[in-house]
Structures are given as C-alpha cells and as structure tokens.
Design a protein around this ligand. Structure first.
Ligand code: GTP
Ligand code: SPV
Ligand code: MN
Length: 596
C-alpha cells in the first residue's frame, strides 16, 4: 500500500487510526483524501470519463452533465440485503433484516479483505445538515468508487468543511464501501447503530452506497433520534408563501417514488397567482423541538437524487431547470446528439436512442429506454425554487406534517387528524396498494408506515412509541394531515390531477394549520366542507372531486381489518394507544351501521 503524495489533511487521531485500520483491511494502492474543491471535481470527472464510468453529454445543451450506467443487476436499493446489526434481534424489530454485529463484521470483513487492491480508496468527509448547526452530523465514507465521491460532493457538504466541523472529535459516522464485482450474491448493506458505523459491499447504486443518505440520515439517524429525542424522517420540507408574504413550512412523508420531489418543487396553478412554493428539502427531514416548543426541521442533504422518469415541464418545471447543468444522470437513455431522455420527458419520443443499458433502442421497442428508477443527482443550488433558509442552521418551523400514500381506494384526498395521537395513527397506516383492480378484490396493501418501512433503523413499534412520546415535548405542535393524490376511479384512472393542482389541497392545509378555515368532522378526521377547497379553474367534473374526497365506511372497515393484521405483525412493542385507536374507529363505524 502506498499513501497519497500529500499528508492527510486531518490530525484527528480517531479518524486517522480508523482510516489506517480500514486501509489495512481493504489494502488499496492509493488513498485520496477528498477536499471538496472545484479542482478536485475536475480531476475526478476526467478520471471517470477516461475509465468509462461517466459519459460526457452534449455540453451546449447540458453543461457540466454526465451519464453513468450502472450494472443492470444493480439499479435500486436492495431491501432484502439491507441489515440492521443490533446486539439483539428485538432491537431491529420485525420489519428489518437482522444480523448479529459480530457475524456481520466477520462476513463483510472477509469480503472487504484486500478488496481495494489495485484500486484507490477515497476518504470522503461530509456533513449532513447545515454547517455549524447543532442538528448536523459528520460522517466519513471510505469508498473505492469515484462515482460515489462525485455524487457525495453534490449530495452533502463534503471535504474540508467537514473536517473543520469534526475537529478532534470522535463523534462521526464511519462508513465503508467497496463496489467489488457488483455480484448480488456478495451484496450487503449493514448498519451498526451502536457503533455509528455502516458497511456496504457489492453495489454501486445510490441508496446503497451514498452512505450519508438513507443509511446515515435515516437508518442511523432514526436510531439517534430515538436516543437523543428528535426525529429523522423520510420527508420533504417546503415553504408556502402567500401573496401577502406570509410563510408557512410543511413537512411531508410519502413512500419512495410517491411524489416528494414533485411536491417540494411544485409550481401553483394560475388560480393561485402570487403564491409561491420554496423547497427546503425533497427527501429527508431532521426535526427537533425548539425553545418555543415548535418543531424545527433541517434538510440534511445538499442536492437531489431524484427519479428521472415522469420529470417534465408539465409535471415539474423546477426539476427540469435543476437538472439542466452540473448533473449526473444514472441509467437514463441518451439521444444521438448527447441529450438525455426518459419516459415522460417533454416533446416527441425520439425515434432512435441509446437505452439505459447502452444498447440501441427505437421507438418501436417494447422495452423502456430509461430504467424506471433512473435518477438525477443535482445540486440544490440549481433549483429556482430553493428556499433561502435551506442552509439555515436553525432550521425552519413546521406548522403542518402531511402523510401520503399511493392508495387506489379508501383514503380521501385530504383529511386532518383530530389530535397528535390520530396524526401518529395516520402515519402508522401509510401504504401503497398493489394492482388491486386485477383481482377484483380489495387491493393488497403494502404497509409503509411513515414512509419509513425500508429506513427505520430500529424496532418499528418503538419508533411508533417515540412519535407518540414526542407529543409531551412539542408544546406547540404542527397539525397533522393525511393526503392521497392517487385515488382511482372504477375504470382505473386517477381521480385527482395532482402535481401543481395539489396546491389547492395545500392551501386548505395551511389555512387549517393557521386556524382560519372550517372543516367537516368525520369519523376519521376533519375534511374540507363543501366550498372549502378552491376548485375554480380546475377542469374536472365536480363528481370526480366528490369521488376523490369520499369516505366509504365499507372500505374503511376493510382498511381497519388490514390494519389489525399489520399492527399484529409488529408484536409486543406495538403501542396500545394506536391499537385502541383502531378499535375505537371500528366501534364507531359499527355504531353508525347499527343506527342504519
Ligand atoms: P424518492 O426519491 O424515491 O423518495 O421519490 P419521491 O417521493 O421524491 O417521488 P417523485 O416526486 O420523484 O415522484 C415519483 C413519481 O410519482 C413521478 O414519476 C410521478 O409520475 C408520480 N407523481 C408525483 N406526484 C404526483 C401526483 O401528484 N399525482 C400523480 N398521479 N402522480 C404523481
Ligand atoms: C428512495 O428510494 O426513497 C430514494 C432513492 O430516495 S435512494 O436514495 O436510492 O434510497
Ligand atoms: Mn426517498
């Protein structure tokens, strides 16, 4: 092993001895400490192009943009290969895969042994959260992937700033990643919450290898949040500005690929002249109780790792602008003139493309040109709607929390929880329906509580309890809402137009949070009264809106049966209050039915 020509830019003994130990294990030929400078980015980019890791794109149309194709067997997070390695299985809980820490260190240690021979180890110090914020955390990722280094530079505050923030402290997340030969048989993403450590092998894909994101900011983060009394959530954060300049901040949890980036960058329809949405974050929120008893949120990330397909000037113009420069595209298709393409992009479908696997593609092809989970990595500063508080160490005060699933039936367009317990209940029930219409039965719902099923780093029942317990600390709590943009008609069409039109729902949410609009009480929560939702200029029949907002007691009875099963799978740690709330709702439905 030879070290880099210059001495490490840190004198932190904890960091230096850990890097040495990991280098002794993985045996790289070179060690490069990342400083986060522009010159370094240039060097890494040139190297990536030379090695075929990045492909240059049309520099006039997409300045500073590159294309990466991952191995076709390595295009998404691998939940079945993701482990929480706590001393006992109970700590990981029924919703996580578990491995004993010693077994995991042994198993992955063997895979790491000599894994960087002939390769370079990049030392990536990074901060999740605004620099200098008491809410922020330092991590260091060691990786043999220059693609990871370039992506981490976009997604986090990376380099010297992180070493400065760390100082001589031993309080940093230790991340180790090696790509190996991207063989799914030798792919493991292991989290050691007690050691603040993450080991990831055998993948080169985003959520598996950009360790600051889902691994640290959510899995380890949620564990730290429980221990330290805060919340690490799979939530976007946005600011709603009224024409009068009043700002209201909202955090929203929707499961993966259910519209967070779109909602966080939304442009209100014409009817909402003078209203503006500002993006604080599009995927993750870290929230703490402020001195005034309100909940304050920061976005730990510095860029967006967003879904490419469906991104267009119609659905998300701000994202289109965001990815127009200095962006890394992964697994999208490429046009003959070096532009990018994906299903749902603006304009006509190009007749000829190079598809995401690097193969020729024609518009007659039945295969998708871009992978459905193809992504862009783009700097937050590119976003025209970026909130000026996105980097504020204090965070933004949250007035409303929104939970949303992808539900073809049952869940109405919007509903406000009566109180904190009901709101936590909403969060615990989130889910997505599988193709329900095909069987003719009520759809099979995959529960994704709080949109955290793949990301909660400890026992889900204890996580629910943590949410319940936070109530006593948040003396000035946000109001909690449940939304569903995805309800379908009998013939399988979305009832609600979604995207920018979601502003109509958001406006009601803001007005409810500010206690200035009425609501109709239902068994499950407050809903807008007739006329409360501003529907002017919305070109859909009023019956369709009625269907989108309808509450059907028979559907809810099924829902409560399905919830009973789900709560049952959580086991002993399932909070009684949530189970009783479910039972109470059922009793109330039955009372209504009995009354005829
Ligand atoms: P992750 O990055 O995986 O966490 O996803 P995300 O929650 O940020 O989802 P994103 O905003 O990228 O949206 C994913 C897909 O949901 C898009 O391709 C859209 O087609 C669809 N989508 C987003 N918003 C809406 C909406 O309001 N209505 C409908 N019908 N579809 C939507
Ligand atoms: C998600 O799956 O929720 C994502 C993409 O945001 S990844 O970073 O891969 O987890
Ligand atoms: Mn996500």
């Amino acid at each position: 092993m030879t070290s880099s020509p210059s001495a490490p830019p840190s004198t932190n003994q904890h960091l230096l001895s850990w890097v040495t130990e990991m280098a002794q294990l993985t045996k790289p030929d070179h060690i490069v400490w990342c400083d986060g400078t522009e010159a370094e980015k240039q060097r890494f980019t040139e190297l990536s192009v030379k090695e075929g890791i990045l492909e240059p794109l049309n520099a006039e149309k997409l300045p500073g943009c590159f294309l990466h194709r991952s191995n076709p067997n390595d295009v998404a997070r691998v939940e079945h290969l993701t482990f929480i390695c706590t001393p006992t299985k109970e700590e990981a809980g029924p919703t996580n895969n578990w491995m004993a820490p010693k077994d995991a260190y042994d198993k992955l240690g063997k895979l790491f042994d000599g894994s960087m021979k002939g390769r370079t180890m990049y030392v990536i110090p990074y901060v999740m959260g605004p620099l200098g914020s008491p809410m922020s955390k330092v991590g260091v990722e060691l990786t043999d992937s220059v693609y990871v280094a370039l992506n981490m530079r976009i997604m986090t505050r990376m380099g010297k700033a992180a070493l400065d923030m760390l100082g001589a402290s031993n309080d940093f997340n230790r991340g180790l990643h090696c790509t190996l030969d991207v063989n799914p048989e030798r792919r493991f993403i292991c989290h050691f919450p007690q050691d603040n450590t993450i080991w990831s092998v055998g993948s080169g894909y985003g959520g598996n290898v950009l360790l600051g994101k889902k691994c640290l900011a959510l899995r380890i983060g949620s564990y730290l949040g429980k221990k330290e009394g805060w919340l690490a959530e799979h939530m976007l954060i946005l600011g709603v500005e009224s024409p009068e300049g009043e700002m209201t901040y909202v955090a929203a949890a929707f499961p993966s690929a259910c519209g967070k980036t779109n909602f966080a960058m939304m442009i209100p329809p014409k009817r909402f002249k003078g209203w503006k949405i500002w993006t604080v974050g599009d995927d993750i929120a870290w929230m703490r109780v402020g001195e005034d008893g309100r909940l304050f949120a920061v976005n730990p990330e510095f860029g967006y790792f967003g879904v490419a397909p469906g991104t267009s000037n119609e659905s998300n113009p701000n994202a289109v602008t965001t990815v127009s420069r200095d962006t890394i595209f992964t697994n999208v298709a490429k046009t003959p003139d070096g532009d990018v393409w994906w299903e749902g992009k603006d304009g006509p479908i190009p007749p000829e493309l190079i598809d995401w696997k690097g193969q020729p593609w024609s518009s007659k092809s039945t295969e998708k040109a871009a992978h459905p989970n193809s992504r862009f990595t783009a700097p937050a500063q590119n976003n025209p709607a970026l909130s000026k508080f996105y980097d504020d160490p204090a965070g933004v005060p949250i007035s409303a929390i929104i939970f949303g699933g992808r539900r073809a039936t049952t869940v109405p367009l919007v509903m406000q929880a009566f109180n904190w317990l009901n709101g936590v209940f909403f969060g615990s029930t989130l889910g997505s329906e599988t193709t329900a219409a095909a069987t003719g039965k009520v759809g099979v719902v995959r529960r994704d509580p709080f949109a955290m099923l793949p990301f909660c780093g400890y026992n889900m029942g204890e996580y629910f309890q943590h949410w319940l317990s936070m109530q006593s600390k948040i003396t000035n709590p946000p109001k909690i809402f449940l939304v569903n943009w995805f309800r379908k008609s009998k013939d399988g069409k979305f009832l609600w137009p979604g995207f920018g039109e979601n502003m109509r729902v958001l406006k009601w949410i803001v007005d409810r949070a500010r206690l200035r609009v009425g609501g109709q009480e239902t068994l499950f929560g407050w809903v807008p009264r007739a006329g409360d939702l501003d529907l002017s200029g919305l070109n859909i029949p009023s019956e369709q809106v009625d269907e989108a907002t309808n509450i059907d007691l028979a559907e809810w009875k099924n829902e409560l049966t399905s919830l009973d099963e789900f709560f049952g799978t959580i086991g002993d740690t399932m909070p009684k209050a949530l189970k009783l709330n479910r039972d109470l709702l059922l009793a109330r439905i039955e009372a209504v039915e009995a009354a005829g």
